[in-house]
Ligand binder design. Structure first.
Ligand code: AKG
Length: 287
């Protein structure tokens, strides 16, 4: 097992759907990833960086207002970001936490927050709601690129929502789509977070800490209340592990996979669609 992963971390993930791995990334790694992200944001703002349509990859999404930046799908378009992920041991750490034998990185999101606007809060959701996947090995690896104290928009989660037997029809779902019987309405998800006995955990973190979030875990962030000084950056990468199979989600607006002709219901995602980033071998399995 990776030295940064303890049995307690694995058990907490299985119990409440979140694992906190302190110091998972070095200060150099955090500085490198922050520089890559800042370069992209500055370039997009100045018009010197453009991500046009790509033959294979999904479009880059860039939202920038009220001290809030949301940047999606950089991983396969920015070689320096890809190199930072592949050059560190984060895939192995996540694999050990979720108990998977292989890991593939497939979608990333960067969430930068400045100032004090309420809009900096991320609304309640779970990540599974739009996934065309079945299985448990599709966590998000959320990395604090700044210190994230109570006033700096920490994530919050609803403990044990990772154990829900059902799924939710997302508030971003296709209008009029007919949901399968095990999909519950979005309002129910929101009501659960407002219940007086809701077991909500708040995850303060230091720069370089990792949170592994189960795809069913209902989560959000507090707003940033720290004022004009500093900022908060969270980098989130979705992974696919060994128990994941393709499952059409009729409520999902977009397939996150480009080449859907290669995808077959109930089968593994082919490596031509998403390559394997890390695989457990006899050496690291025995360690
Ligand atoms: O960092 C944030 O505020 C949001 C992260 C998140 O919700 C996600 O990655 O799914």
């Amino acid at each position: 097992m990776h030295p940064k992963v303890t049995q307690e971390i694995i058990d907490t993930y299985a119990d409440i759907g979140v694992a906190h791995v302190p110091g998972a990334f070095s200060a150099d790694w955090v500085a490198g990833m922050t520089e890559v992200i800042d370069d992209v944001i500055n370039g997009l703002r100045a018009g010197t960086v453009e991500f046009g349509p790509h033959e294979i990859q999904r479009d880059v999404e860039f939202e920038d207002h009220d001290g809030y930046v949301r940047l999606i799908n950089l991983y396969n378009r920015v070689p320096a970001m890809n190199a930072l992920i592949e050059g560190c041991d984060c895939a192995e750490i996540v694999a050990d936490v979720i108990e998977s034998d292989e890991m593939r990185a497939w979608m990333d999101g960067t969430f930068l927050k400045e100032g004090n606007a309420e809009e900096t809060a991320t609304p309640w959701h779970n990540d599974e709601c739009l996934f065309p996947l079945q299985g448990h090995h599709s966590p998000s690896m959320w990395v604090a690129l700044t210190d994230v104290g109570r006033d700096n928009a920490p994530l919050k989660t609803l403990a044990r929502s990772n154990r829900d037997p059902h799924r939710y029809v997302s508030s971003w779902a296709l209008e009029g789509a007919v949901a399968p019987a095990n999909f519950h309405p979005w309002d129910e998800l929101l009501e659960r977070t407002e219940a007086s006995d809701a077991d909500i955990r708040v995850w303060e973190a230091k720069a370089g800490d990792m949170l592994v979030i189960h795809p069913k875990t209902i989560h959000a962030s507090l707003p940033r209340t720290a004022g004009q000084n500093g900022r908060r950056i969270g980098f989130s990468l979705r992974w696919i592990g060994s128990d994941i199979r393709y499952e059409i989600n009729p409520t999902a607006k977009l397939s996150p996979f480009q080449d859907s002709a290669l995808l077959k219901e109930g089968e593994l995602i082919p490596e031509e669609v998403i390559p394997v980033t890390w695989r457990r071998n006899s050496h690291n399995a025995a360690a």
